[in-house]
Structures are given as C-alpha cells and as structure tokens.
Design a binder for this molecule. Structure first.
Ligand SMILES: C[S@@+](CC[C@H](N)C(=O)[O-])C[C@H]1O[C@@H](n2cnc3c(N)ncnc32)[C@H](O)[C@@H]1O
Length: 301
C-alpha cells in the first residue's frame, strides 16, 4: 500500500503542467467551435491545401513535413479552443505551430534533438502565448503516457514514420532525365538509425510497435477524442506497401474505432511528374494523394 502511494507521487512529478480544458463558451455537446456553415464545408471527404511561407519545405531541415493548413483543419475540426492536442511524432513542429495559430494547447514528441530545436525555433516566431502553450519534447513516443494526465488529450494528430520505406537510397523515379539526379538522388532520407526509431522497422514490426504505442495512449485520451493519422502507401520493387491498412489493423486491434478515411489530394502541390509503369502496369502516383485515417476512442474502452 505504502509503496503504491510513493510510486503514484513519483510519476505525478513527471506530469506536464499544461492546460487541457476549453476556453470557449461553446455548448458542452459540440465537437468543435465551428459554425454550421464551416461544418458543412468540412464534410467533403477529399481535402486540398497550399503551403505558406512558414511551412518547412527544405528536406535538409526535415524530409517529410505536412502543411500547417492541414494540421489547422484537423485541429479546428476535432477540438475546442484551449483543449489539448498531442503529436507523438512531431518532426519539425508543424502541429504545434497550427495549434498556436488556433489557440489550442499542444505537446509534441520526437526522438531527434535537432527536430525539437527546429520546432522550438518555429514556436518562438508565434505571438507570445497568453492562455495556451505549445511544447516540444525530445523523447520516445513510447514514454508519452508518463507525461500526460489520464483523460486529458482531446486530439492526437500525427504523421508517423512509414516503417522502413525511407530507409533506403532514393531513386527519384518521379523525375525525368537529368532531373532524376538532383540533390536527393541516392540519398537515404530516414530520420535516424536509432533502434527506437520506427522508421528502421520492417512493416510487420512497425505495425506491432505502433499498436503498442497507441494502446498506451488510449488512457490519456478523452472518450470520443479523435486520433488522426496521416500516411501514404508506397511502392517498393513493384509491390504496393499498404501502410494505411497495417495501421487500421493495428489501431483497431487495441481498441480504436475507425470513423473516416479522408483523402489528402496533393495534385495542386505536385509539379513535376515522370511516367510510371507505362506501357504495362497501371500505378497511381503515391505523391498525388495521402490518407488521413480518423479514429476515435470509443466509450466502451
Ligand atoms: C513523418 S515525420 C513527422 C513530420 C511532421 N509531421 C512535420 O510536419 O514536421 C515522423 C517523425 O517521427 C520521429 N520518430 C521516429 N521514431 C520515433 C519514436 N519512437 N518516438 C518519437 N519520434 C519518433 C522521426 O524523428 C520523425 O521526425
């Protein structure tokens, strides 16, 4: 009994002091602060975004970022002002910047120190926080439950590593002629070779590690809190690697319910395309769309 008490206190010491409650005056049963008109526009299941000046598009800073406008849309759809957003694989901090823009508390984790520095640089350019804060923490996503209170997170939004599919030499097949041999040609764009990095794992081990990590996050989520995961599928040696299906299976296995699959249509931001598969194999270009897998924590968990 005494030992249990001491352990509880010790783990409480590590809990982050960060707000998680609404600062708006929306009716309690509303999912977000949207007007009916804004809600109606969001019902379209195919989304497009443009980059803005603050977006990180330099692959040397981070090889796999999403636009701030994408993170903002997900945050505005699934949270109220003041609520807590979590990004377990925060990279260059895009989710945190979007959370700052729309007055949400947010915390993001990444294994790599340099990405946390880049997140903090971006956060330092936001208006000084008044009622909400955004934090970037260098740690393994497996440790997140130690940092956050139970039932505190209203949204998880993230783009995780894509198993080990970036952990190989880039052939730039999407470019033509000399363009193929640009700065990324034959580069390995994997984030790190740290054994804890999910980008070093085969698809099978990745799916099982992701199941473990997301099972660990369920207790810190509020009931019916959404968890939105952005991933593409990829092609490797003429085989489609269905990362999105592996993730749906993994999260369902541990108790998440899949609510929606939204397509992020990237055709407006992809400018140079080569020819794939012609004349025998029809292959949709992976760079033209990605999946946004929208799960929630059901009330039965
Ligand atoms: C696709 S990127 C996220 C990019 C981010 N959405 C952005 O806009 O910058 C995935 C990130 O997961 C991180 N990562 C890989 N394994 C991790 C782990 N076990 N714990 C925390 N972060 C990890 C990588 O360092 C990488 O930055």
């Amino acid at each position: 009994m005494t030992i249990e008490l001491i352990e509880t206190r010790a783990s409480d010491l590590h809990k982050l002091q960060i707000g998680a409650n609404r600062i708006c005056d929306c009716p309690p049963n509303h999912l977000n602060c949207m007007t009916p008109k804004e809600w109606m526009k969001s019902q379209i299941g195919v989304w497009q975004f443009n980059y803005e000046r603050r977006d990180v598009r330099d692959r040397k800073i981070h090889p796999a970022t999403f636009p701030i406008s994408l993170a903002r849309k997900v945050i505005e759809l699934f949270t109220h002002k003041g609520e807590l957003v979590l990004d377990p694989f925060v990279g260059s901090g895009t989710t945190l910047v979007a959370a700052g823009d729309c007055e949400r508390n947010a915390v993001g984790f990444d294994l790599k120190d340099e990405y946390i520095t880049s997140s903090n640089n971006r956060l330092s350019k936001l208006l000084p926080p008044e009622k909400v804060q955004q934090l970037a923490i260098c740690d393994d996503a497996r440790n997140i439950p130690h940092y956050l209170e139970e039932n505190s997170v209203s949204l998880i939004f993230t783009s995780p590593p894509y198993a080990n599919l970036l952990n190989r030499k880039r052939l730039n097949k999407s470019r033509r002629g000399d363009e193929r041999k640009n700065g990324q040609y034959l580069k390995v764009e994997q984030y790190s070779q740290d054994v804890r990095d999910l980008g070093t794992l085969s698809l099978e081990s990745y799916a099982s590690e992701m199941a473990g990590i997301f099972a660990g996050l369920l207790p810190i989520m509020r009931t019916r809190a959404h968890c939105v995961i952005n991933v593409p599928d990829m092609w490797w040696e003429d085989k489609r690697i269905t990362i999105h299906m592996a993730l749906v299976d993994s999260l369902r296995q541990v108790g998440y319910e899949l609510r929606n699959i939204i397509i992020w249509d990237r055709t407006n931001i992809v400018n140079r395309i080569g020819i794939f598969g012609w004349p025998r194999n029809y292959i949709t270009m992976g760079t033209t769309f990605e999946y946004l897998l929208d799960f929630w924590k059901p009330s039965t968990v």
